[in-house]
Design a protein around this ligand. Sequence first.
Ligand SMILES: *Cc1c(COP(=O)(O)O)cnc(C)c1O
Length: 409
Amino acid sequence: MNYNQFFSDAVNRLHDERRYRVFADLERIAGRFPHATWHSPNGERPVVMWCSNDYLGMGQHPKVIGAMVETATRVGTGAGGTRNIAGNHHPLVALERELADLHGKEAALLFTSGYVSNQTGISTLAKLIPNCLILSDALNHNSMIEGIRQSGCERQLFRHNDVAHLEELLIAAGPQRNKLIACESLYSMDGDIAPLAKICDLAERYGAMTYVDEVHAVGMYGPRGGGVAERDGVMHRIDVLEGTLAKAFGCLGGYITAKAEIIDAVRSYAPGFIFTTSLPPAVCAAATAAIRHLKSSNWERERHQERAARTKAVLNAAGLPVMSSTTHIVPLFVGNPERCKQACDLLLQEHGIYIQPINYPTVAKGTERLRITPSPYHDDVLIDQLAEALIQVWQQLGMPLHAAPLAAE
Ligand SMILES: *Cc1c(COP(=O)(O)O)cnc(C)c1O
């Protein structure tokens, strides 16, 4: 048997489908966000990051770095074991309190990533609900899909953000059936937002439990950064809110918040929580610093939205195919995986602009795109340079620019 052949065949299939992924070797420069160094095959080159999920640059905020360094210096690096073995370290307890407060919930539970929190959180919750039917938005993230799959429960998809379809499924399931609605608040590939208030109305009317992934909204929406549910005044109506510490909070880790008895059950039954070492104290302390800062500072949120709006307007005026987005995400339509990759390669090599191509399976085939994420620190000059570089790349690749600007968002 030549086992190696199985693996090289698998990789060759990806090459054939033009979806083999290559990662650039990048080094961020603290204090100079969004500037970074690209360790290119021909040596070091300066680049500007235009697709970071460190949306607000909090990963370089002096308070956040300070908390991480101070905590590591005081208590050391690792957590020393799972919580069953090592107990709770204090920065972790403080962080869970901070998160429960952020979402107005009784309790929070921390996981090693947002991915794990969805995967193990959803599967554990749904397993504990007898004969649970899971109603899942068709565009839910892979971590939710895996959690649903692992629960072993029956799953039905409702069309993306389609509350009429969700209602049909709820009615068909009948009042006696236990039901869990799982969705995201902000979908980060299209930049659209779920109708959370309507989903809560339906959940209450038909007796369903709700689980909402706020990964792309925490820190960025709501008066204290509690997410879209906070902004829309429905946080208290959602049973389980899930989030990450790795995007707008600039650190690492994931969590769920809910009523105390729900959190206690997940804490007690979730394998992906029980059998893995908890996050290091320094990471927890840094995340707490980021959350606290964003609870009281609106500057980052306001500037973030203003920069995103400006980026959309400038690219649109340049004739570039900005897809409609009501949020901080600026998707540019390409519609072809090779063109998408070529565009990104040209941007990096010729313009020092780093944007990762978004291809299948992250988005549907034929909807390949560049996903641009302006931050509070992308100034007018950087936005204009981005527009100029994109126009050149579009022309080089023979991709169409529209003549008259589309209506700005
Ligand atoms: C990134 C992401 C996650 C996973 O969060 P991590 O902390 O990066 O593991 C979960 N849900 C959605 C919608 C995401 O985009």
